[in-house]
Write a protein of this length. Structure first.
Length: 254
C-alpha cells in the first residue's frame, strides 16, 4: 500500500509540475480566472483554485492568529494564499506542496510579499513538522488530492498546537450527508465553524465555460497536453455544478 501511495503521489506531482510550468509561460489562465471572478479575483494571490477575496478575508478572521505565530499552508501551490495571509496577519509561514516546480515559484514570490516564509516539498499525509508546531493551518482546494484523506486530516491535526485551527475548503453534493463531525473527531479536532460559499459553484461554471470557449487559445499558449487536461476537467465537471455545495470548514484542536 505504501508503495502504491508513493507512486500515485509521484504521478500527481509530475502532473502539477507540468501544469505550473505551462502556466508560468502564459498569462491566459490568470486572465480567465479574473474574468470568471470579476471584482472578487485577488490578482496578487493568483491562486489556481477557488480562492477569492471573500475567502481570504474569511480565513483571516477564522484563523484567530496573533503576530509572529506560525502558519502552515498545505498544498500551497505557488504560494499566494499563504503569503497573503502571512502578510495580512504578520505571521511566519511554512508552505508545503508535492510539486517542486510550484515550490520554486512560491519561493521566488517571497520577495514581493516581504514576509518570513519557507517553502518545501512535502505531502498532506507527511508534513515533516513536529507535533503541535503550527498555530494555524490552511488547505485550499487541496485535501481532495490526498491519497488517504483520513490520514491527511490526522496529520494536519497532529501538527496543530492546542487551541489552534485548521481551515480547509470542501465541496460535496447538496443532498449528501456531511461527515464533518466524524472526520474532525477522528483527527482529534472539533468543528468550530461551517461557512457556506454559495457563489463558488457559479464561479467554477463561468471558469469552465471560459476554458471551453478559449480552447484554441489554451492549446496555443499552454500546449496540447495541458489544454486537453483543462478541457477534460471542464467538460466532466461542468454538468455536476448545479448540485454542488461548497464550504470552508474550521476545525480546532481542544
Amino acid at each position: 500500500m505504501t508503495h502504491t501511495v508513493t507512486r500515485l503521489t509521484a504521478q500527481l506531482a509530475a502532473q502539477f509540475d507540468a501544469l505550473h510550468t505551462a502556466r508560468a509561460r502564459s498569462t491566459l489562465t490568470a486572465r480567465l480566472y479574473a474574468m470568471a471572478m470579476g471584482d472578487e479575483y485577488p490578482e496578487e494571490v493568483a491562486a489556481a483554485s477557488s480562492c477569492d477575496w471573500p475567502l481570504l478575508e474569511l480565513m483571516a478572521t477564522r484563523l484567530r492568529m496573533h503576530p509572529l505565530q506560525f502558519l502552515v499552508d498545505v498544498g500551497c501551490g505557488t504560494g499566494g494564499i499563504g503569503l497573503w495571509l502571512a502578510r495580512a496577519l504578520a505571521l511566519r509561514l511554512d508552505g508545503l506542496d508535492i510539486s517542486p516546480v510550484a515550490i520554486e515559484h512560491a519561493t521566488t514570490r517571497r520577495v514581493h510579499f516581504a514576509v518570513p516564509a519557507t517553502f518545501r516539498v512535502a505531502g498532506l499525509e507527511n508534513t515533516g513538522l513536529p507535533d503541535g508546531a503550527a498555530h494555524g493551518v490552511v488547505c485550499v482546494d487541496a485535501l481532495s488530492f490526498a491519497a488517504n484523506r483520513s490520514a491527511a486530516l490526522g496529520e494536519l491535526g497532529r501538527i496543530l498546537a492546542p487551541g489552534a485551527r485548521l481551515l480547509f475548503t470542501q465541496a460535496m453534493r447538496q443532498d449528501a450527508e456531511p461527515r464533518w463531525e466524524e472526520q474532525a473527531r477522528a483527527a482529534g479536532l472539533v468543528v468550530e465553524h461551517v461557512d457556506e460559499r454559495p457563489t463558488e459553484p457559479a464561479m467554477w461554471a463561468r471558469l469552465y465555460q471560459l476554458w471551453i470557449d478559449h480552447a484554441d487559445d489554451l492549446r496555443h499558449e499552454l500546449g496540447d497536453d495541458q489544454a486537453q487536461n483543462m478541457l477534460h476537467e471542464a467538460h466532466t465537471r461542468l454538468p455536476t455544478l448545479p448540485g454542488r455545495r461548497a464550504v470552508l470548514l474550521t476545525l480546532r484542536r481542544p
